[in-house]
Design a protein around this ligand. Structure first.
Ligand SMILES: Cc1cc2nc3c(=O)[nH]c(=O)nc-3n(C[C@H](O)[C@H](O)[C@H](O)COP(=O)(O)O)c2cc1C
Length: 165
């Protein structure tokens, strides 16, 4: 893996403020195209993605959330849905992670906004007219970052154990 890829992993942080600059359609498509390559249990690929650019839909969803109000001001928001398989949370999380890292590589900011365990999950699915059997996994606001956040990361030595604890 080239060192540049490792830097993308190290540099990614949650972005919650965005420049008022639209993200081109082909750039948004690239994010979903990368998500396709995420690992999934039994290669079930249980995910579906909705790219929301409609201002009113974004606003409605943002208002429903508790910690996702900033979705309203993001140029786009990706809603990740999964079929209810045994490992859908793990599979969906892998796809979300791929989107966050692909976005970082493309100079975009994102934030993982909780979905599957939230009180608004069903209402978001209803608004987006999700087909039967699909559950909301995560909401991902996407845009060009208006700030450079720096969430603290625990030191390697603090969490790493060789062979045994
Ligand atoms: C499962 C999950 C749910 C999250 N939900 C929210 C959320 O609802 N709103 C939000 O602003 N950030 C949310 N986050 C982002 C975290 O707050 C963020 O990843 C964490 O503070 C570490 O910061 P970093 O992403 O910059 O490394 C969520 C992250 C995860 C993994």
């Amino acid at each position: 893996m080239p060192e540049g890829t490792l830097n993308i992993i190290r540099e990614r942080r949650s972005v919650r403020r965005f420049l008022p600059k639209p993200v081109p359609r082909e750039v948004l498509l690239k994010l979903i195209d990368c998500a396709r390559y995420a690992p999934s249990a039994h290669n079930q690929q249980p995910w579906e993605f909705v790219i929301i650019t409609d201002t009113q839909i974004k606003k409605t969803i943002a208002e429903l959330t508790d910690y996702g109000k900033f979705i309203a001001d993001a140029p786009a928001c990706i809603a990740v849905f999964c079929r209810e398989t045994k490992f859908n949370i793990e599979d969906g999380s892998a796809a979300v992670t791929y989107i966050l890292l692909a976005a970082e590589a493309l100079g975009l900011g994102t934030c993982w906004v909780a979905g599957n365990k939230k009180f608004y999950a069903e209402e978001v699915a209803r608004i987006l007219e999700a087909t039967q059997g699909l559950v909301l996994h995560t909401l991902i606001p996407v845009g060009y970052p208006a700030h450079k956040p720096s969430a603290h990361k625990r030191d390697l030595e603090e969490m790493l154990h060789w062979n045994k604890f």
